[in-house]
Design a protein around this ligand. Sequence first.
Ligand code: IFM
Length: 512
Amino acid sequence: MMDRRSFLGRSLAATGGTLLACREMGQADSASSQPVPGTISEAEIANAKFPEGFLWGMATASYQVEGAWNEDGKGESIWDRWTHTVGKIRGAGTGDVACDHYHLYPQDIAILKRLDQKSYRFSISWARIQPTGRGAVNHKGIDHYKRVMDALLEAGIRPFCTLYHWDLPQGLEDLGGWPNRDLAGYYADYAGILAKHLGDQIQVWAPFNMPWTFTNLGYGTGVFPPGRASYTDFLKAAHTVNLAQGEAFRSIKAASSKATVGSAYGMSPAYPATDREADKSAAARYNAMNNLYFLETAMHGKYPNAFVGGVPYEAMGFRAGDDKIMQVPLDWIGFHYYSRRFVSASAASAHGGGSLATETQDTGAAGNDLTQFTSVMPTQGPITDGGLEIWPRGIYDLVMQISRAYNNPIIEITESGCGYLDTPYDRDGGRVPDTRRIEFFRSELAELARAIADGARVRSFHAWSALDNFEWNDGYTQRYGLTYVDYRDQKRTVKDSGMWYGRVAAANRLVI
Ligand code: IFM
């Protein structure tokens, strides 16, 4: 039998590092030939190996945890405006207080340290640094993040900074938001400010969290702020973000010689719904649109083939020379894995649903005449309380696909996790017995270890999330944390999954 390292080596040679169609993503090449759930054995879990120095980590995002929405000179963001509008958020939740991480970060970092975490992925709120998104720096904002970085470094934890996790300053939305290409320049200024003031403390930067999601939901389907539903606005917003990613890469590098810049994309492995050629091409278009739309532009300066009739350059506002602005050699590739998709060819227009989880069940959305695919989240595996199918094998397929397509890059898993509503239970001594979350991570991490054994250069895994937090349109009705937050008094209780994950980090293997 061919060993796994040579398998990846041969695949790389065979493909020359170019993009693979979905049928090449391992043995699971279409919906009809999927393996059954739970195929990873206890022995494989027990023997799963992670490289020495593997960075076990957790992630959060500014709007979801910080609170302090109008303190220390912070400006209004589009999420402040959205959550302060009646009817937008389940249960009328807002991020005004959230987990109060803005004030409680010392105790949250102490928990990370206690759980042997080596990397903390967080995001910076642009409106704390430049209240309207342009102009003078708010030094109180910079000083806050400097203190957070000091606490992380003191705890021996690597700061992993996402520059933008969806909380655009409202002042920039008032100028037209991401469809206005001027935002690429404002964003590059913001990135340069961060690198100048925080570059001594932060070396790992990801410009955008899930750029496809916030441009599509914010401007294409309108279920996220600013709530616009226009496929042309989505195309324009996505193009500005691609330009901004390139410009930010350069301004970060110019301001900080130590900086490395990568990504934090959301990705879902896509399988054709049937063995029909039309569905295979549709799955490849899904992959190009939902997974590679911001990666291919950075690595190769061109849009991937997501459209039936070719890239709609005019509609997206593409200008001569934009390919050069977009192209930047990312130092590493970061992406999240939550769930997979079955994709079929479809010409019928369709619209996305109302939340982050359900939206992903139908990505044809309003631009379906251009992309001509429909995707669904399968329900073959167990479904979490957050509404997503559990499919551990997906992380293996995704990591191998990206490894092959981009010449075996360094990979950071920037998020993965599951929503379960377990709470502290007196009869368990006040513990939070979230055994389903432990099971989720055990199988998934064993699949990740399998990809590493097969030659993928994965150097970190960030569990989403360090804390229960504000889950966007779902408000506080979902709990993704490895630590429970009681929003009445902000009391933290590390869940059983958090304790387990801490033992895994300490042992660098999947302990029982
Ligand atoms: O909470 C979100 C996060 O902001 C982005 N990735 C998915 C998470 C769970 O839905």
